[in-house]
Design a protein around this ligand. Structure first.
Ligand SMILES: CC(C)(COP(=O)(O)OP(=O)(O)OC[C@H]1O[C@@H](n2cnc3c(N)ncnc32)[C@H](O)[C@@H]1OP(=O)(O)O)[C@@H](O)C(=O)NCCC(=O)NCCS
Length: 148
């Protein structure tokens, strides 16, 4: 399977909205994806497979730390290592620009996502009770520190 990983572009937004709506109870809006393309402290990558965007991961940077706030893979393409590859490239590129730590929240029941994050070196540092809505659920707070 050939996969191209490249920056998110505005032309990807319709596909991202479809995948987002299929995967999340509180999906991002088109404006959120537009901002992800436009803002200079945002860095979002997509994986393209068979000519279609199938996966996305990205972060907002602040003071040398990156908050990863969206990760998904189209259901048809899940379980093929794609999110792992997109996230690894995101971390490598962020590290190359001087980012020293990455963080994210994930639903405590989201075992596939937690597995991917742990595989990439993220460690759980605590639980934020009732962080999520629809349904209400605790968040696992994870961090990855890059050794200098
Ligand atoms: C989480 C998500 C992004 C992973 O994408 P993906 O492209 O399928 O990820 P990968 O194929 O790289 O890795 C999936 C891993 O989870 C593992 N996995 C699958 N189901 C699992 C389960 N129930 N428990 C534990 N691990 C599981 C797979 O075996 C694989 O690990 P491996 O490579 O060591 O075998 C995808 O499932 C998704 O889009 N989910 C819905 C949106 C979401 O939850 N996003 C994250 C929000 S924090």
């Amino acid at each position: 399977m050939d996969i191209l990983i490249r920056p998110l572009e505005k032309g990807d937004i319709d596909t991202c909205l479809r995948i987002e709506n299929e995967n999340f109870s509180m999906p991002w809006s088109g404006e959120s994806f537009e901002a992800a393309c436009d803002l200079d402290y945002c860095h979002y990558l997509v994986a393209v497979c068979d000519g279609e965007v199938v996966s996305l991961a990205g972060y907002r940077e602040s003071y040398g730390e990156a908050d990863i706030d969206n990760v998904f893979t189209d259901r048809k393409y899940q379980g093929r290592g794609i999110a792992t590859r997109v996230l690894q490239k995101l971390i490598d590129e962020g590290t190359a620009t001087g980012i020293t730590a990455f963080t994210l929240e994930v639903r405590v029941s989201n075992e596939p996502a937690i597995h991917v994050y742990e595989k990439l070196g993220f460690k759980s540092v605590g639980i934020r009770p009732r962080f999520y809505e629809k349904p209400v659920e605790d968040a696992n707070i994870m961090w990855l520190y890059i050794s200098q």
